[in-house]
Design a protein around this ligand. Structure first.
Ligand code: ADP
Ligand code: MG
Length: 707
């Protein structure tokens, strides 16, 4: 029987039932499963590093002999130490290996043994040590090299009873090092993968559509696990990554292609209302705003649904773009809804629109229902039937009566919503136009994958006359000094935000809470009114507090991150963020985006005791060095990975193994080009050779896009 990716592990390698059980438990049942357990790295065990490389500061892979072992004691702890020398007998520096929290190591390492070790050396005086190195014990046997157990973090394995590995798997070659599977010794795992990958026939068909027939799939698998030379690992990874990019882009383009042919509504005809609006505004729209509105106008005139993303940094004026779009819909006789992620933001949009639209006589309504049974409905405008523009929160999704004539659905701060919520809103109408807005700037290739099925409009220009923002990092104890500065700002008429991570005091962590902060600031400024805003307040309370702050009746607003998204009070010039290290970079950027919205110079003060050198500190340094949302997002992706920044659930980041979201730019474009070419020649994917692609796009669960 030839092995395929579907062959059960039991039939393609000699594996004990006990091991099969462990593997199955860990999700490895077939040849394909285990082959997708990719090496973390490779070690070239034909050429070990010499002891002279210990001083280089980089991780080293050495072949050593143990000269002495023993337990060492330090206060409250003990560790196992093995002193080693170069096993080839080449004289060099003194090196000690130290294992903390791994008592089993002391039971298996003995003087005289030969080891392969990997880790990062540190210098102490004239000698070096490596803490918790990865290791494998080499046992010389007449049959050749045999390796005993070795893997960091695994439990002490029993002596393997299964067939011994042939020589040449663990030594004298480039060797894969796998993420450990608990219960399977590292070398056992390597032997199993070796057997499986070498039992594959050379002509093993590539699963799905073969994007690179000239590089056989089985060969690529061998290269990624047991490469003859190091560069082959990269070559194989690229092959697999390209397949992922291609599949992803094909799904996106398919979807895009089809949504463009779906019948929709014509939701724009003329643009008199937008003109009237523009004339009544105290400022003129930026060129970027105008361009976005033109792009939207063009889409809305089409009899197919618009699917457009408006991307723009905090404060770039996306709301105005959305409002123009909604007016276009209204003028064509349709209704428009705008869904915002928080009640505070929905109320702000509503009040804002109410003011701006007063001269235009457009019927407007607000729908929020933080309380289940008592939704807040407020209708403005002449009483001639249904409201034309409806602003609300998630409550919009659950109202009994959907708008009767919905032409446009706008989702503000779309990264705060799940895919389902967006679709649910869209389904409240009959193929309405869709406009999503986001302030998370992302690299263009990410846009292609994340929002590849959407057309993108960029608001890449801030309105003129904005005050500069200065960002500084201060330890918490500097608060006393900061107070003088705050008083000056308040006396000059400006306002201040103070953000704390928690609502209430938490004894275990020394984290500032909003309520404690509120008390503190009231004491510090007894003559100044201070407001408190957090998520557990009732909608009425929140609204009242926000209104007071907007009207500058309170000069200081102590808040949790409920103010993170969208809140717009141009007179606020200082943002103090407590425990700044506890936020992600993008979140800090959003918070900072609450200031610098007016003409006055603004300050963002990050309070943190994070020490220089740690990751948290690096984050804060980034904040101090730039206000460019694009740069910040890129740093955030580097620090946390795009999945964490943008939310795995909505982005499909979890679904790729080989592709690197940030660095595989060229592959993403190539994948897109390949997918485009196929769809151009065969738009319906009807050709027999495209059958595997039909399966691919039919598999909705693998949908990688956000819409
Ligand atoms: P965001 O893109 O973060 O959603 P907003 O839409 O809330 O930004 O706009 C931020 C502020 O800028 C608001 O106070 C808004 O009234 C103002 N604004 C919008 N467009 C302009 C413009 N063209 N000129 C001046 N101010 C503007
Ligand atoms: Mg906004």
């Amino acid at each position: 029987m030839t092995t395929t990716l579907q062959t059960p592990l039991a039939s393609c390698a000699t594996i004990e039932p006990r091991e099969l059980g462990i593997l199955a438990e860990a999700g490895f049942r077939t040849a394909g499963d285990i082959l997708m357990h990719l090496p973390r790295r490779h070690e070239d065990r034909r050429r070990f590093d010499g002891f002279d490389s210990l001083s280089g500061g980089a991780p080293v892979c050495l072949r050593v002999r143990v000269t002495d072992t023993g337990w060492k004691f330090i206060p409250k702890m003990r560790y196992f130490q093995a002193d080693v020398e170069d096993s080839r007998g080449i004289p060099g520096a003194r090196l000690s290996l130290k294992w903390f929290h791994m008592p089993y190591v002391g039971k298996i390492i003995a003087t005289g043994q030969e080891l392969v070790i990997y880790g990062k050396p540190k210098k102490y005086g004239s000698s070096y040590s490596i803490v918790n190195p990865e290791f494998e014990i080499i046992e010389q046997e007449s049959a050749g090299l045999r390796l005993a157990e070795a893997s960091l973090g695994g439990s002490l394995p029993p002596a393997p009873a299964a067939a011994e590995a042939p020589a040449g798997i663990h030594m004298e070659r480039i060797v894969p090092v796998y993420p450990s599977i608990s219960g399977i010794p590292a070398r056992r795992l390597r032997t199993i993968v070796h057997t499986v990958v070498h039992s594959l026939p050379d002509d093993l068909p590539s699963p799905g559509y073969d994007i690179a027939p000239q590089y056989p799939y089985a060969q690529a698998l061998r290269d990624i696990h047991f490469p003859a030379e190091t560069p082959l690992v990269r070559k194989a990874r690229m092959r697999f990554a390209l397949a992922e990019c291609f599949e992803q882009q094909l799904r996106i383009l398919w979807k895009r292609h089809h949504s463009r042919r779906t019948p929709g509504q014509i939701t724009a005809t003329t643009s008199h209302l937008v003109q009237e609006l523009a004339e009544s505004l105290p400022f003129s729209l930026t060129e970027a705003q105008k361009r976005c509105v033109r792009e939207i106008y063009r889409d809305m005139k089409q009899p197919h649904p618009m699917n457009r993303l408006v991307q723009g940094d905090v404060g770039s004026g996306k709301t105005m773009v959305a409002l123009c779009a909604m007016l276009l819909a209204v003028e064509s006789g349709k209704q428009a809804v705008l869904m915002a992620p928080t009640q505070i933001l929905a109320e702000q949009h509503y009040n804002n629109f109410r003011r701006i639209l007063a001269p235009l006589d457009v019927r407007l309504s607000l729908r929020t229902s933080d309380r289940r049974d008592d939704s807040h409905i407020d209708i403005e405008g002449p009483d001639d039937g249904e409201p034309k523009i409806i602003v609300g929160t998630h409550a919009l999704l659950y109202e009994k009566n959907a708008p009767g004539n919905l032409g446009l659905a706008v989702i503000d701060e779309q990264h705060k919503f799940g895919v389902e919520q967006r679709e649910k809103l869209v389904r409240r109408g009959n193929a309405p136009d869709v406009l999503v807005m986001t302030a998370t700037p992302i690299p263009r290739t990410l846009t292609l994958t994340l929002y590849g099925d959407l057309d993108v409009s960029l608001v890449d220009e801030l309105p003129k006359g904005r005050g500069e923002i200065t960002t500084v990092l201060r330890p918490r104890k500097a608060l006393d000094k900061i107070q003088t500065f705050l008083r000056e700002q308040i006396e000059a008429g400006r306002q201040i935000y103070i953000v704390s991570p928690l609502i209430e005091e938490n004894d275990k962590r020394k984290t500032a809470s909003a309520t404690a902060e509120y008390d503190y600031w009231q004491q510090q400024f007894p003559d100044i009114s201070v407001g408190l805003l957090h998520g557990r307040m009732s909608p009425e309370e929140k609204d009242a507090v926000m209104q007071q702050y907007r009207n500058n009746e309170t000069a200081i607003l102590v808040a949790t991150t409920v103010v993170e998204v969208g809140v717009d009070v141009p007179n606020a010039t200082v943002m103090i963020i407590n425990n700044a290290e506890s936020y992600g970079l993008s979140q800090l950027h959003q918070l900072r985006g609450r200031i610098g919205r007016g003409e006055h110079r603004s300050w963002c003060i990050l309070l943190s005791d994070a020490k220089a050198g740690d990751d948290n500190r690096r984050k804060l340094d980034v904040m101090c060095s730039t206000i460019n949302g694009f740069e910040i997002a890129e740093e955030d992706f580097k620090l946390r990975g795009p999945g964490d920044v943008l939310g795995t659930a909505q982005s499909g980041f979890g679904r790729v193994r080989f592709m690197e979201w940030l660095s595989d730019t060229r592959l993403i474009h190539r994948g897109r080009d390949m997918a485009t070419a196929i769809l151009e020649t065969d738009p319906g994917l009807n050709l027999p050779q495209h059958a595997p692609l039909r399966d691919l796009i039919a598999d909705d669960s693998a949908e990688p896009t956000t819409s």
